[in-house]
Design a protein around this ligand. Structure first.
Ligand SMILES: Cc1cc2nc3c(=O)[nH]c(=O)nc-3n(C[C@H](O)[C@H](O)[C@H](O)COP(=O)(O)O)c2cc1C
Length: 327
């Protein structure tokens, strides 16, 4: 499919998720089926400007993941420009600007979701991104800050800015992740107002929710976040549901968890190859990655609640492997 200037294998996108959709995670999910686009989670422009070495690991081998998008968060124009400059030597496909993050840190720094109530700054940042980036530019937003009253103004800015596509998560910043607040009407509204393709996002957990989302909002592509935690097959399941109309159930078992963990470890090792000079602890990185994912892999398995608590307390890889193999 075509998403602005990009040619993607399908209309499914893996969401940027800080400390979740890491490079090994993105590789792992892609082993189970086609994913049109994967996204590197937010990198702080201020950090790139002052300590660019600290972000090197987030960009390591991204050229092997194309098509891939890299997301920046920040509200300072100079930091944005120097971050774009810094990224120029990397090979990736889209520069994404974060205007949706609801974290306290982001709101305090007047960046991320805060930009939805600081629309002049948002417009300046978008125009600068389009001007200075040699790659296509996208914007990721929520439906508004406290409410959706600004949606028409946001659409005007999007239309004036020259960006290539828009991603919208169907909640306000204030609503954070509250399940009951998903608002598909505002997604449909902005889709009808902007002249560029729109990616819709929020609470897509399988083929049927994906189909309904597309029908109700008319968006061009969909982005999947939390449903991929522990379920790398979600993208394949959604594609199958689109082609055959049948929803595949995500089955979990200890044997599947063991298989997933082995494959995940291979993805981590592939990623860590040749990173000897990078400024971070490989051992700690690997343990955190495997521990976090092992907890998700054992989600919904009968009797695994205490196992997950034990997994979260493991202090080294051997303990973790023993726990998983002894079940
Ligand atoms: C742990 C976590 C980290 C996230 N990090 C980012 C991020 O770095 N950038 C971003 O734009 N959105 C981030 N998000 C939001 C997701 O990209 C997505 O918009 C949100 O989870 C809703 O989609 P879902 O219902 O499919 O999970 C994050 C979400 C979670 C749960």
């Amino acid at each position: 499919m075509k998403l602005g200037p990009l040619f993607l294998e399908n209309n499914l996108i893996l969401a940027p998720m800080l400390q979740v959709s890491t490079a090994p995670f993105r590789r792992f999910c892609r082993k189970f089926g086609n994913i049109g686009l994967v996204c590197v989670p937010m990198l702080y422009t201020k950090r790139i400007e002052t300590h660019s070495r600290s972000v090197l690991r987030y960009l390591h081998k991204i050229e092997e993941e194309r098509p891939v998008s890299v997301q920046l968060i920040g509200s300072d124009l100079d930091a944005l420009k120097s971050s774009i400059d810094f990224l120029e030597s990397y090979q990736f496909d889209v520069l994404d600007i974060n205007a949706g993050c609801p974290s306290r840190r982001a709101i305090k720094a007047e960046e991320g979701g805060y930009l939805l109530k600081n629309l002049d700054v948002l417009e300046t940042l978008l125009k600068a991104s389009v001007k200075y980036s040699s790659r296509p530019v996208s914007l990721k937003i929520r439906t508004g800050f406290n409410n959706t009253n600004n949606i028409e103004k946001i659409a005007d800015i999007v239309n004036r800015s020259g960006i290539d596509f828009l991603t919208i998560h169907g909640r306000t910043v204030k609503d954070r992740y509250l399940d009951s607040t998903l608002d598909l009407n505002t997604i449909k509204k902005i889709k009808s107002l902007v002249k560029i393709p729109v990616v819709g996002n929020g609470n897509i957990y399988g083929g049927l929710t994906a189909k309904k989302f597309l029908e109700l909002t008319n968006v061009d592509a969909i982005m999947i976040g939390r449903a991929s935690m522990g379920n790398p097959e979600i993208f394949q399941h959604i594609s199958q549901c689109f082609s055959r109309g049948i929803e595949s159930k995500h089955e979990t078992s200890f044997s599947k968890a063991r298989k997933y963990l082995k494959l995940y470890e291979e993805c981590v090792d592939e990623f860590l190859d040749d990173t000897i000079d990078m400024p971070f602890s490989h051992e700690k990185f690997k343990l955190m990655e495997l521990r976090r994912n092992a907890i998700w892999f054992t989600k919904n398995i009968e009797g695994a609640i205490s196992l997950r608590t034990r997994i979260s307390k493991t202090r080294n890889l051997e303990e973790l492997r023993n726990l998983i193999t002894s079940n």
